[in-house]
Design a protein around this ligand. Structure first.
Ligand SMILES: CCCCCCN(CO)Cc1c[nH]c2c(N)ncnc12
Length: 227
């Protein structure tokens, strides 16, 4: 079983449009969609926004639906300058920029007995780069940082860039990375840029959420053909 996860309804709907739904399972106040694509058994869900919701859905996808791989599709704010709205980026690893135990001498993003960074699956990233090459689509890769805040300030964005070396910013990947790392499930995350995470990002986000979600969804479907 392969899990496809999003945070928002708008990110999942364009993916579902490509699929024949078999069944919908209501569980833990959420909906899990079962579908087939070519010969793949898929389970899909949007978690709702934020790290806690994302961790809950990721754990359910693995524990209850027996997902052996977890692919995330959605939108993100750009940190790297040459990432423009609509551009695609895959995560090499994810982290949580809003974890702060520095008063005890720990580095930003670190929780004792856990990790700052959670590695994404190299095989799935390799497939993504192959697909991008075949389709002639520009695909960046980099560290993607998560936190339970919508980032819309140049100062905060630059602190995250400096502290974590992040190329993009969102609100779920660090939590899903943590769950998949602890459950030993390969994790892949694809995001299309919806804004620049600076002043005014909220306006851009509202304007580009739908279109950027579609860009990410389309690429994810192309990837499923190669898995
Ligand atoms: C009610 C609206 C909810 C916005 C959710 C944004 N998602 C969270 O995953 C992605 C994202 C796009 N741009 C972002 C930004 N600048 N900061 C944080 N997250 C993001």
């Amino acid at each position: 079983m392969i899990a496809i996860m999003c945070a928002m309804r708008e990110e999942l709907e364009p993916i579902l449009e490509y699929l024949k739904l078999k069944e919908t399972v209501e569980y833990a106040n959420n909906k899990y969609y079962l579908a087939k694509f070519n010969n793949l058994d898929l389970v899909l869900a949007y978690s709702k926004i934020g790290k806690v919701n994302a961790a809950l859905s990721a754990a359910i996808l693995i524990e209850k639906f027996n997902a052996k791989k977890l692919l995330f599709s959605g939108v993100a704010g750009a940190i790297e300058r040459d990432l423009k709205i609509g551009d695609l980026i895959i995560a090499t690893k994810t982290c949580q920029h809003d974890i702060d135990l520095t008063v005890f001498g720990y580095e930003p993003g670190f929780i004792p007995e856990s990790k700052v960074f959670f590695e994404c699956d190299e095989n799935l990233n390799h497939i993504a780069k192959k697909v991008a090459g075949k389709l002639g689509i520009k695909l960046k890769e980099g560290i993607i940082a998560s936190g339970d805040q919508f980032i819309h300030s140049k100062e905060k964005k630059e602190w995250i860039a400096k502290t974590f070396g992040a190329s993009a910013i969102e609100m779920e990947g660090g939590a899903v990375g943590c769950v998949c790392d602890n459950e030993s499930v390969p994790f892949f995350m694809l995001r299309a840029i919806s804004d620049a995470a600076e002043e005014g990002a909220g306006i851009d986000f509202d304007e580009f959420l739908e279109e950027s979600s579609r860009v990410s969804a389309k690429f994810l479907i192309e990837m499923l053909k190669e898995i």
